[in-house]
Design a protein around this ligand. Structure first.
Ligand code: B4P
Length: 193
C-alpha cells in the first residue's frame, strides 16, 4: 500500500491536484470535504449538522470526520493505497488516522504540503465561488475564517508528521501542470527509495 496526504490551506490546490494524482498512481481518493458535501446534498442528519460549521468556515467536529474515514477504509479493502485530501486537519485526526491505518498494517508514506500565499488563496476561492455554488466560497469573511482555522488547528498536522520526517514542502503557486510535476517527482523519489 502507498498512502499519501495532500496537505495545505484552503484553496491551495488539494482538490485540483488530487484528481490528477489518483488517475496517475491508481490511488483511492478520500476527500473529507467531498464526503461532507455529499452528506449535505443528501440532507442526512450528519450533513445537516456539518453544514452549520462549514458555512461559518469552521472545522466539523473530529469524531464526525474520523467516523467517515474509518468507514471509507473499511469499504475499500482492495485499494492499493489512499490519497487523503483535506484530512487530517487536526492533531487528533492525525493520531486517529495513524491508528486506523495501523489496523491494516499500513502507514502514511508521505505528506506533500502545498505552500501558497494568503492573498492568492483568497483570490482563488472567491473566483471558485463565482461558479461553484459553494456557500463557503462566496463570502470573503468566511474564506478568511477558514484560513484562520487552518493556522490555529490544522498547521500542527505538518509538525505532527514532521517528527517522523514524512513532510515535503512543495511550491503551490504556478500552473496546475507545473505543480503536478513537482508533486509527481516527490512521489516517484519516495516510491523508488
Ligand atoms: P475542503 O473541501 O477540503 O475545501 P478546500 O480546502 O477549500 O479546498 P481545496 O484546497 O481542495 O481547493 P483547491 O485548492 O483544489 O473543505 C471545505 C470545508 O469542509 C472546510 O472548511 C471544513 O469546514 C470542512 N472539512 C473538510 N475536511 C474536514 C476535516 N478533516 N475536519 C474538519 N472539517 C473538515 O481549489 C481552490 C481553487 O483554486 C479552485 O477554483 C481551483 O481551480 C483553483 N486552483 C487550483 N490550483 C490552482 C493554480 N495552480 N493556480 C490558480 N488557481 C488554482
Amino acid at each position: 500500500m502507498f498512502n499519501l496526504i495532500l496537505f495545505g490551506p484552503p484553496g491551495s490546490g488539494k482538490g485540483t491536484q488530487s484528481e490528477k494524482l489518483i488517475s496517475k498512481y491508481g490511488l483511492k481518493h478520500l476527500s473529507t470535504g467531498d464526503l461532507l458535501r455529499s452528506e449535505i446534498s443528501g440532507k442526512t442528519p450528519l450533513g445537516l449538522a456539518a453544514k452549520g460549521f462549514m458555512d461559518k468556515g469552521q472545522l466539523v467536529p473530529d469524531e464526525v470526520v474520523i467516523g467517515m474515514i474509518s468507514s471509507a477504509l473499511e469499504n475499500n479493502p482492495q485499494a492499493k493505497g489512499f490519497l487523503f485530501d483535506g484530512f487530517p486537519r487536526t492533531k487528533a485526526q492525525s493520531e486517529a488516522l495513524d491508528a486506523l491505518l495501523n489496523k491494516y498494517n499500513a502507514a502514511i508514506d508521505i505528506v506533500l504540503a502545498l505552500k501558497v500565499g494568503e492573498e492568492e488563496l483568497v483570490s482563488r476561492l472567491l473566483n471558485r465561488g463565482l461558479t461553484s455554488g459553494r456557500s463557503d466560497d462566496s463570502k470573503e469573511d468566511v474564506i478568511r475564517a477558514r484560513i484562520v482555522e487552518y493556522h490555529n488547528k490544522t498547521s500542527v498536522v505538518a509538525d505532527y508528521y514532521g517528527q517522523f520526517n514524512k513532510v515535503v514542502m512543495v511550491k503551490g503557486e504556478g500552473t496546475v501542470d507545473e505543480i503536478f510535476e513537482s508533486l509527481c517527482s516527490e512521489i516517484d523519489k519516495k516510491q523508488a527509495a
